[in-house]
Design a protein around this ligand. Structure first.
Ligand code: CS2
Length: 484
């Protein structure tokens, strides 16, 4: 079968201006496609991307290399039609798990102006509740000892910036594209804390000279499956090992603060530069991701494999809509009048897209890192204003059942979470004693802060939700909430 290749439709003059860490599906469907389209619109061929995997050496890297790093993005439109795009902004892909030198070299090159990141919530190695660098994390401890051969993205950035400073070069901009609030500020805090532990002078230089713009990223990009690859191949007529299937919708809000320039991403639909990203980020995290997590835990426990399957259940739709309008939107402060109800309806439409097959299990991953930013800030506001937060409580109750590791049929759940073992241990220790179990989960400071754990209204609501799921099952618990 014919392979896809960049030379068929690519840019031969493209050079690397961006080094990206985290060569996942999201990057390829979002930033790399935006960059491809911005280059097409402007002819600025110096914004090609070198993208690296640092935690594993996935076969994907070799597969992409074999097709000149070009790949297709299929956008599933709400009307069931699809649009296929070729993305050729990747100049190079690197499997850097075992050998970081080529990656460090390119990060330190004069031509590199931006280092961007999709390393997920846990990649920042910050305590989710306090925001402090987790110095006892094994990878961080390794990097503090091995400053020239770091394993984490943070260590790599500090090492590359150190080289640039030593050579009198300008620092690149660090552009976080992760779905965390204040992602630029978090990246900055993590990098500076790391640098401080290694070289305080370098830390001071980073504080003064390096830009860490915040961004809000949005696009639903389900992990590819054998089925989706086969599907793509059937309509492309060629094999594409780097293929992505995503929704048509996308948004990217970027704080316009770059030390060495940036592509004109705003020439492309859905991207804009602003001076303050925070309100957009909060809106997206609480409305979209907050709903996603409720659907992921309750949906998984109710036996729904995908988000669109959850949306076939009217009660799930009602609870999602209720959550968005009454527990998320009411806690948001936007710089301009915002029609939250339309945003919520648009999200329901996006979740319902039958072409996406976004697995509840995929979204349920890493809950200990996601729960604080998706639900708990809103819960704090609602508690302070003495408003109800039954959907958030149900989400938390669902999460507690999920991470306990057994589904409603008694089957084991494959819980993926950096705290998985600790969470399971809590569940085992308090098995059969729901009130104690809920308190023990709430005592996990890395997820829930002291003030929430000590708030009796909060504890009571979560315990009630946990018990309802325990006694009636997740599907019924959702139906009961939908009725109120
Ligand atoms: C999802 C997100 O997996 C998850 O946690 O909630 O990846 C979500 O699809 C994106 O943030 C949408 O922009």
């Amino acid at each position: 079968m014919k392979k896809i290749a960049a030379r068929d439709y690519g840019y031969t003059e493209l050079t690397t201006g961006i080094v990206h860490i985290g060569l996942g599906a999201f990057h390829r469907a979002h930033q790399a496609l935006y960059t491809h389209e911005a280059i097409a619109a402007t002819g600025e061929f110096h914004w090609g991307i070198c993208a690296a995997s640092i935690n594993s050496n996935p076969p994907l890297v070799q597969e992409l290399q074999a097709q000149d790093n070009a790949y297709t993005v299929t956008e599933m439109n709400p009307d069931g039609s699809r649009t296929v795009k070729f993305a050729t902004a990747l100049v190079r892909s690197l499997a850097a798990k075992d050998d970081r030198r080529p990656l460090l070299d390119i990060m330190s090159a004069e031509t590199t102006r931006i280092v961007s990141l999709t390393i997920t919530e846990k990649g920042y190695c910050l305590n989710p509740a306090t925001g402090e660098l987790m110095v006892d994390n094994a990878l961080i401890a390794h990097d503090l000892e091995n400053t020239r051969n770091p394993k984490t993205a943070l260590g790599l950035i500090v090492a590359a910036l150190g080289k640039r400073k030593a050579k009198g070069m300008l620092p690149f901009t660090v552009l976080s594209c992760d779905n965390v609030p204040d992602n630029g500020k978090r990246a900055r805090a993590a990098v500076i804390q790391m640098a401080e532990a290694m070289d305080p002078e370098l830390a001071a230089w980073i504080r003064e000279e390096v830009a860490f713009p915040c961004t809000m990223v949005d696009r639903i990009v389900p992990a590819m499956t054998e089925e989706s690859f086969a599907d793509v191949q059937s309509y492309l007529g060629v094999e594409d090992k780097g293929a992505i299937v995503t929704e048509a919708y996308r948004q990217w809000v970027i704080e316009d603060h770059f030390t060495m320039g940036r592509p004109e991403w705003d020439k492309v639909d859905g991207a804009m530069f602003v001076s303050d990203v925070q309100p957009y980020e909060e809106m997206k995290l609480r409305m979209l991701n907050g709903s996603h997590s409720i659907l992921a835990y309750l949906g998984y426990l109710a036996g729904y494999e995908t988000i669109d399957a959850c949306m076939q259940d009217e009660q799930f739709v009602k609870v999602t809509r209720h959550y968005m309008n009454h527990e998320a939107a009411v806690t948001l402060e936007m710089p301009e009048p915002t029609d939250f109800a339309s945003y919520a309806e648009k999200l329901i439409e996006r979740f319902t897209n039958p072409g996406l097959k976004h697995r509840t299990w995929q979204i349920a991953m890493d809950g200990s890192q996601k729960v604080p930013q998706r639900w708990l800030n809103a819960a704090r506001t609602l508690l302070a204003e003495e408003k109800a937060f039954a959907a958030i409580a149900l989400g938390i109750g669902g999460w507690m059942h999920y991470v306990s590791g057994t589904d409603e049929q008694g089957n084991a759940i494959d819980v993926r979470d950096p705290m998985a073992e600790q969470l399971k241990a809590v569940a085992i220790e308090h098995q059969g004693k729901p009130a104690q179990l809920v308190r023990a989960f709430l005592a996990l400071n890395a997820v829930f802060d002291q003030s929430l754990a000590a708030n009796e209204r909060f504890v009571e609501a979560v315990t009630h939700a946990y018990n309802t799921i325990r006694e009636q099952g997740a599907k019924q618990a959702v139906a009961l909430l939908a009725e109120t």
